[in-house]
Design a protein around this ligand. Structure first.
Ligand code: ZN
Length: 76
């Protein structure tokens, strides 16, 4: 769970919470919501107040990938 932000991690570990401030609601089904986190870009699924990560984001990943094939990010 290194690729989601602390707010999302707290949803995973402390169940039965509502969404946090960085989640934007994408779609709603009965008893089920799909959110995207704007902080870590993960997709979260909430079903009956149980949270799971559908697609992990890339929170804090940039420094890990700095030595890979990608050219260095140029500050604007
Ligand atoms: Zn997040």
């Amino acid at each position: 769970m290194d690729n989601i932000c602390p707010d999302c991690q707290s949803l995973m570990t402390n169940k039965h919470q509502k969404s946090h401030d960085f989640l934007s609601l994408i779609s709603t089904l009965p008893n089920s919501q799909l959110y995207k986190c704007v902080a870590c870009h993960a997709y979260l699924h909430c079903y009956d107040l149980k949270w799971e990560v559908l697609i992990e984001g890339y929170y804090g990943k940039f420094s890990d990938n700095a030595s890979s094939a990608q050219p260095a990010l140029v500050a604007v």
